[in-house]
Ligand binder design. Structure first.
Ligand code: FES
Length: 121
């Protein structure tokens, strides 16, 4: 495991996520309350990027099929809810889920040294 700088605190605001990387792995970083959090920028549904999703109250919504994840834990709070922002009926949700069960996103513990943020990867 290596400690890798992912951002400066000034780069991370409370109202949006910051796309960054650590050792070639794409991450998103967010500030939730006083805490800095990071998860993989990879939706566990189809492996598509989360960074352009809506971010609100510590939760990011996948821009493709609406799955929601807590950015401080990676926990899945909703699974395949829509198609590019358009709500779907339950039968369509099941079809688009393609049998994949709700899965959490990999999360990373963020440490702060002065004005820099780090993760262990
Ligand atoms: S790729 Fe994210 S919910 Fe489908």
């Amino acid at each position: 495991m290596a400690k890798v700088k992912i951002a400066a605190t000034a780069d991370v605001s409370a109202d949006k996520v910051l796309k960054t990387s650590a050792n070639g792995q794409s991450l998103i970083v967010a500030k939730v309350g006083d805490k800095y959090c990071a998860i993989a920028n990879k939706c566990p549904h189809f492996g598509l990027p989360l960074a352009k999703g809506k971010f609100e109250n510590g939760v990011i919504t996948c821009p493709f099929h609406g799955s929601k994840f807590e950015v401080c834990t990676g926990k899945s709070t909703e699974w395949v809810d829509s198609f590019v922002g358009i709500p779907m009926p339950d039968f369509a949700k099941k079809a688009i889920a393609m049998g994949k069960a709700p899965t959490d996103v990999k999360s990373f513990t963020v440490s702060q040294e002065g004005s820099d943020l780090f993760v262990e990867v």
